[in-house]
Write a protein that binds this ligand. Structure first.
Ligand code: PEP
Ligand code: MG
Length: 589
């Protein structure tokens, strides 16, 4: 199916699926904050008024949170905002402004918000900037309460709309339901932001990182959202709408049919068995992942356990969390990654210092080495939980052999301590590394003999290899998994894995794109870990593939000089071989 040329905006594909419907534009009312002085004898009453507004806001948000109990993800994200509401500092500082300057409550709070925003801004860290929007959200809710305004939200959205917003607060995310909202498009957001995570878990198509949406789209305009390609079309002609409608029905039918493949092995015609695993952030996603045919968890990112809270989870809490995952996925294995904090992920309870370039700073295993006590507790918890299933431990952001040696050393010390104390620990727990820095890929021959398995993290590997910030929409067009540099690195990692006799898998987003599965199989990637809904299609394609034909494609591709030519060649080939699966799904067609 060739699409008519259409004006489309390109953003970041956050959650797959196609939706067509009217825009519901979430415009934030500009709050004009009153500023006046009060007399000294009104100060106490004014502080009380502020305290009441905090209390009322908390109660309202708690009610929304309560209503969303079953969607654990959203409830977790809420916690960040509750933190600011419950943490006495915000209220105390605003009250101090009232007392010392005789200011009205609204203005006193607004001043405190400005101070915090300046503080957050100076930190130049993506995760902390997200926290800044949590404070702003909380303050806005309190101000609306003080001023007797109803907070805007999605409750008033009619059924069957496409939500258009600068960004969605947690309270708004909590109001998202499949069926009610057809799709979401936002100006802000990245592949790992809250809106992305929630939309994917609710299976609502979403595109994020689309500038100037709210200014330029009128309420009710018919929109087409393509969450596969990451594009938005507004004011489309009838012919385009009809084409996308066909494509939407087609993809839905395909998805239903594909579920037949969920329980079948991903085995090529010539007998190469690829293991298809799921990336999950929450234990509640595991039953879903198994239904889609996951043969284990290929990546559980533990940092989600550490974020949105002030205190760190203690050893027992971590043991419970890891046991829940291992138990839910047993007898399959679960790869649990040690903390990948830093970069765009910093918990409130750990302050890493203000780093000028956090993606190149103290993150992943480097952070674990600089905070060995936190690392030790996590490894103790993992080993204690290991009896609940089949655990594999994965180290993020490795760039040198000394990091692996350090982790191995701590792991064996922790094991000895536990065994000496009579704690049961599984006799064998594999230790693997993420290869997500070019350095690790280039010394894979040195690293592979030191570990039990390798998992290639293309999300970061691409960012560091191509010098393209993975969250920056201005350079997202350069973020190309089929870049020859990336393919060469993957090839040499697979060779190193083969020589060392260990399994090489992949858990970056590249692994879940069906377009790449021939190339990856031919390169020798034996395990692919991805968002669960991608598994059935991958299985189908692999079952209809032979390694020999995939190798021919790889040979052709490796002779091509540019990412664009490789992509065009792979797309053309896969479309020819799997017309039903790729028709209309490839963004560049
Ligand atoms: C990766 O970098 O590919 C990866 C899977 O890790 P994360 O997305 O958590 O950085
Ligand atoms: Mg990574």
């Amino acid at each position: 199916m060739k699409l008519a040329r259409i004006a489309e905006r390109r953003g970041i594909p956050a959650s797959p699926g196609i939706a067509i419907g009217p825009a519901f534009v979430l415009r934030r009312e500009r709050l004009v904050i009153p500023e006046y002085r009060i007399s000294a004898d009104q100060v106490n009453a004014e502080v009380k008024r502020l305290e009441r507004a905090f209390r009322d806001t908390r109660e309202r948000l708690e009610a929304i949170r309560e209503g969303m109990k079953d969607t654990g993800l959203v409830a977790d994200i809420f916690d960040a905002q509750f933190l600011f509401l419950k943490d006495p500092t915000l209220l105390e500082h605003a009250s101090r402004n009232i007392r010392s300057e005789c200011l009205n409550a609204e203005w006193a709070l607004q001043l405190e918000l400005r101070r915090l925003e300046m503080l957050f801004e100076s930190m130049s860290d993506a995760y902390i900037r997200e926290r800044s929007s949590d404070v702003a959200f909380v303050v806005r809710r309190v101000l609306q309460c003080l001023m007797g305004r109803e907070p805007e939200g999605l409750r008033n959205a009619p059924i069957g709309v496409i939500v258009v917003a600068e960004d969605l607060s947690t309270a708004e995310l909590a109001q998202l339901t499949k069926g009610h909202v057809l799709a979401v498009v936002t100006e802000g957001g990245s592949r790992t932001s809250h809106v992305t995570i929630v939309a994917r878990s609710l299976e609502i198509p979403a595109v994020v990182g689309l500038p100037d949406l709210v200014q330029s789209i009128a309420d009710g305009t018919t929109l087409i959202v393509d969450g596969h390609a990451g594009c938005l079309i507004d004011d489309a002609e009838d012919a385009t709408i009809a084409e996308f409608e066909k494509r939407r029905l087609y993809i839905e039918a395909l998805d239903r049919q594909l579920l037949r493949y969920a329980d079948l092995p991903a085995e090529t015609r010539d007998g190469v068995r690829i293991r298809t695993l799921a990336n999950v952030e929450q234990p509640l996603e595991i039953p879903h992942a198994l239904e889609y045919g996951a043969e284990g968890i290929g990546l559980y990112r533990t940092e989600f356990l550490f974020m949105n809270r002030v205190d760190l989870p203690d050893e027992d809490e971590q043991v419970d969390a890891y046991m829940e995952i291992l138990g839910a996925v047993a007898p399959y294995s679960a790869v649990i990654r040690t903390l990948d904090l830093g970069g765009d992920k910093l918990p409130i309870g750990i302050r890493g210092g203000d780093e000028p370039n956090p993606a190149l700073g103290l993150r992943g295993v480097r952070m674990s080495m600089s905070r060995p006590a936190i690392f030790r507790v996590q490894l103790r918890a993992l080993l204690r939980a290991s009896v609940a299933g089949n655990l594999k431990i994965l180290l993020p952001m490795v760039a040198s052999s000394s990091e692996v040696d350090f982790a191995r050393q701590v792991l064996s010390e922790v094991r000895e301590d536990l065994e000496r104390a009579g704690e049961p620990v599984a006799s064998r727990v594999e230790l693997g590394i993420m290869v997500e820095t070019p350095a690790a890929a280039l010394i894979a021959d040195i690293l592979a003999p030191r570990v039990d398995f390798i998992s290639i993290g293309t999300n970061d590997l691409l960012q560091y290899t191509l010098a393209v910030d993975r969250g920056n929409e201005h350079v997202s067009y350069l973020y190309e998994p089929l870049h020859p540099a990336n393919l060469r690195l993957i090839r040499s990692v697979c060779q190193a894995g083969r020589r060392a006799g260990i399994e090489v898998g992949m858990c970056g987003e590249m692994a879940g794109d069906p377009l790449h599965c021939w190339i990856l199989t031919a390169l020798g990637v034996g395990q692919l870990s991805m968002a669960p809904f991608s598994i059935p299609l991958l299985k189908k394609i692999l079952r209809e593939t032979s390694l020999s034909e995939a190798r021919v494609l790889l040979e052709e591709v490796l002779r091509l000089p540019s990412a664009a030519e490789i992509r065009a060649h792979v797309e053309e080939h896969m479309l020819r071989r799997f017309p039903a699966e790729f028709e209309g799904m490839l963004p560049s067609r």
